[in-house]
Design a protein around this ligand. Structure first.
Ligand SMILES: Cc1cc2nc3c(=O)[nH]c(=O)nc-3n(C[C@H](O)[C@H](O)[C@H](O)COP(=O)(O)O)c2cc1C
Length: 212
């Protein structure tokens, strides 16, 4: 049997030691990310690497503020409190020594362009884009990164929660790339000694269907 421990041992890490990560290791992980498949090999990703503690903390503050602002839409205190109850899951990158911002751009589907120019009905065009191939490539790249990090003994957390503050984050870090948007973030570091166990999976038979 293949040794897939690096897959089975990965779990989301939300608490990190204050240990710097060698640049060489960060580059190795990013390289692993770029070996992910992407639609028509468009490699529609871009990675922004943050290691400045002050900047990372400021980014967490922006996410909290944005979350509070959105939470103010709640019509009562109870729903506001429920909304705010997830905030630690959106800011748990704040003590990571490295945070990777993962940008993605749209998958340029040639058939879509051709059919649109030929006045294909919108419902057909919608079916073509419904798999969100660009976003799937980002997921594949992030997963490569997480698994490579797991193999190298690092902890990571894949995060999309904080992206609601993307405009504020971009203003803070002074980065933008035309056509690209912030899709997700990865926190990276050496895990704290005691971290919560990996959550159990649904039984395999509940999530698979063989068709003979
Ligand atoms: C697309 C995606 C978005 C996620 N966003 C967050 C997030 O914003 N904050 C967080 O703490 N975890 C986030 N997670 C991590 C999940 O909570 C975690 O993977 C899941 O609970 C299973 O736990 P495990 O990764 O330890 O196996 C995200 C995972 C994925 C795949």
């Amino acid at each position: 049997m293949a040794n897939l421990d690096f897959i089975y041992q990965r779990k989301s890490i939300r608490k990190f030691k204050d240990t710097p990560i060698p640049k060489q290791d960060i580059l190795e992980l990013l390289k692993a990310a770029t070996y992910a498949p992407s639609p028509k090999h468009q490699q529609n990703w871009h990675f922004v690497i943050l290691q400045n503690k002050k900047l990372i903390h400021e980014m967490a503050d922006l996410v909290t503020k944005s979350h509070q602002t959105i939470g103010n839409l709640a019509k009562n205190e109870r729903d506001y409190t429920r909304h705010m109850s997830v905030i630690n899951y959106y800011t748990c990158f704040k003590d990571a020594p490295v945070v990777i911002l993962v940008y993605g751009c749209e998958y340029k589907m040639i058939e879509y362009k051709i059919l649109k120019e030929n006045d294909a009905p919108q419902e057909i065009l919608d079916v073509l884009v419904s798999p969100q191939s660009g976003a799937q490539a980002i997921g594949a790249a992030v997963e490569n990164f997480l698994l490579a990090a797991s193999e190298m003994g690092y902890g990571t957390c894949y995060m999309t929660g904080p992206t609601h503050a993307k405009k504020d984050i971009e203003a803070l870090i002074g980065f933008e790339k035309e056509g690209y948007e912030l899709m997700s973030m990865i926190s990276l570091g050496v895990p704290e000694e005691k971290t919560p166990p990996q959550p159990a999976r649904k039984p395999l038979e509940d999530v698979i269907t063989f068709i003979d």
